[in-house]
Design a protein around this ligand. Structure first.
Ligand code: NAD
Length: 484
């Protein structure tokens, strides 16, 4: 079990339990206390149904290597099951089970009709060539196929920490090789490249979902005032930990579309800081060129990667890994809101302190649900075998054009060319995806807020989010009954 023994001033602190599975179960139990379901039903919702631990060999030249991997299936109340695959040396069975549970709750919160699952491979991807990673990924897929742990109606993986479109394409291709001619093969995995059945907007979906959630919070000024903030996201100081898929896109959208000031970005090898706000696309180019965020022109490079957690800001976005904000470092934080883009970044001990200090924690099971939401859109796209917007785009455009012509005729004037183009543009797949994502995040936020406001005893958004999720999963289990 992972423990931290950080010390507070003077006295030594008791070790904090950092096992994510224990943490998720504690969070579940904290919420379950507010609900009146039979104990057995709550137990059924909480436990992880199946875990498959694989150990398979891969051959690199003359060398053999054993790879350890897991796929956990937390809940079958909806099918297929859904959840990413993580490549990291920190992967353990408990971590995968906890992440699968978070997927169940997340899907329920955003009304995505999937059960929760998660996968992990215990490797450091940076130590392998693309060819070696392809071997590992294809062998992993074969293992999952053999045990019925993957399939469009069974279990559908997606990218997570350390994986992306490339790995999803290998998974899809391997699945297709084992199931020749089956029409729905592409729906066996989401987060694929566009040319392999992917959907526009999936790559940035998790980060964009984080932004939509924040925008909704900022629309509720009375609520916002409770946390000592007002106005819009424009000019708000944001610090981001992790400049990968989720962290980069959240920062990029907040910077480019909302005018927020991204004052700090932290990576495993350091933090870059600029009180005036970092140019996020330029920082991304710098990282691609040099392999690191360090030494970004015009910004201060701080050696400690955790400095990004401690800088003064309005919104802190942890977007790397779990257990980043713990009892050991929480007192050094200097923010009003924590938007949990990563899974499990805040420990219960840290959260208790944050609640006491009136810092709003927007929980992972809501904040990062944008990824699975758009994965759901990709899955339905694959099953329908047609791109969203393909049929209606031109009809839509022609209607708009007629309307603009009529308006111009009435006022006997012309719209500027650029504005006219914008007004008549038909709806594309990415517009539909972002609209569906925005609608989903707004509704989920309102549902959680409604639960929190209705149940006076709920003091935090995480417990309210869990209550929301448990209620939905419980309803589903009660309707289904128990087989046999
Ligand atoms: P990623 O691999 O693309 O990026 C993670 C980044 O964090 C990397 O750049 C890595 O170098 C950096 N990092 C690692 N350790 C760090 C540290 N100690 N301090 C600062 N940075 C560090 O992964 P991702 O897909 O962006 O996932 C990030 C988090 O978001 C994970 O918790 C994941 O489970 C969660 N998440 C991802 C998705 C998705 O769609 N990708 C969906 C939901 C949740």
């Amino acid at each position: 079990m992972a423990k931290t023994t950080g010390r507070s001033k003077g006295a030594s602190r008791a070790a904090e339990d950092l096992n994510l599975n224990h943490i998720v179960n504690r969070q579940f139990e904290q919420a379950a206390r507010h609900l009146k379901y039979p104990k057995g039903l709550l137990e059924q919702i909480k436990v992880c149904n199946n875990v498959y631990h694989m150990q398979f060999p891969v051959k690199f030249g003359r060398r053999y290597e054993m790879v350890s991997a897991w796929r956990a299936e937390h809940s079958h109340h909806r099918k297929p099951l859904k959840g990413g695959i993580r490549y990291s040396m920190m992967v353990t069975q408990d971590e995968v089970m906890a992440l699968a549970a978070l997927m169940t709750y997340k899907c329920a919160i955003v009304n995505v009709p999937f059960g929760g699952s998660k996968g992990g491979v215990k490797i450091r991807p940076r130590n392998y060539s693309a060819e070696q990673l392809e071997k590992i990924t294809r062998r992993l897929t074969a293992e999952l196929i053999r045990k019925d742990f993957i399939g469009p109606g069974i279990n559908v993986p997606a990218p997570d920490y350390g994986t992306g479109q490339r790995e999803m394409a290998w998974i899809s291709d391997t699945y297709d090789a084992f199931n020749p001619g089956a029409l729905d093969n592409m729906a066996c995995v989401t987060g694929k490249p566009m040319t392999q059945g992917g959907i526009s907007g999936r790559t940035e979906a998790t980060g964009r979902g984080v932004v939509y959630a924040l925008r909704e919070l900022f629309r509720h000024q009375k609520e916002l005032a409770k946390w000592g903030l007002s106005g819009s996201l424009e000019g708000k100081r944001v610090s981001v930990q992790g400049f990968g898929n989720v962290g980069f896109h959240a920062a990029n959208i907040l910077h480019g579309e909302d005018g927020a000031k991204i004052v700090a970005v932290g990576e495993y090898d350091g933090t870059v800081y600029d009180a005036a706000g970092l140019d996020i696309p330029a920082l991304q180019r710098h990282r691609k060129k040099t392999g690191s965020i360090r030494g970004f022109r015009g910004a201060k490079t701080l050696d400690n990667p955790t400095d990004c957690l401690e800088v003064e800001c309005d919104v802190l976005i942890p977007a790397a890994l779990e257990n980043q904000i713990t009892g050991a470092n929480v007192k050094k934080l200097n923010c009003r809101i924590i938007a949990e883009a990563a899974n499990g970044p805040t420990t219960p001990e840290a959260e208790a302190w944050l609640i006491k200090k009136n810092v709003l924690v927007l929980p992972d099971i809501f904040m990062n649900a944008g990824g699975v939401t758009v994965s759901y859109f990709e899955w339905t796209k694959n099953l329908s075998h047609i791109r969203y917007g393909r049929l209606e785009k031109r009809v839509d455009q022609a209607k708009r054009e007629r309307l603009i012509d009529a308006l111009e005729g009435l006022v006997e004037g012309k719209f500027p060319r650029k504005q006219r183009e914008l007004l008549i543009r038909g709806t594309d797949e990415v517009d539909l995806v972002n609209s569906g994502l925005e609608e989903t995040m707004i509704n989920a936020y309102k549902e959680i807020l409604d639960v929190r406001n209705r149940m006076r005893a709920l003091e935090d958004m995480r417990t309210a989010a869990y209550v929301c999720a448990i209620q939905k999963v419980a309803k589903s289990y009660m309707e289904l009954g128990i087989f046999p």
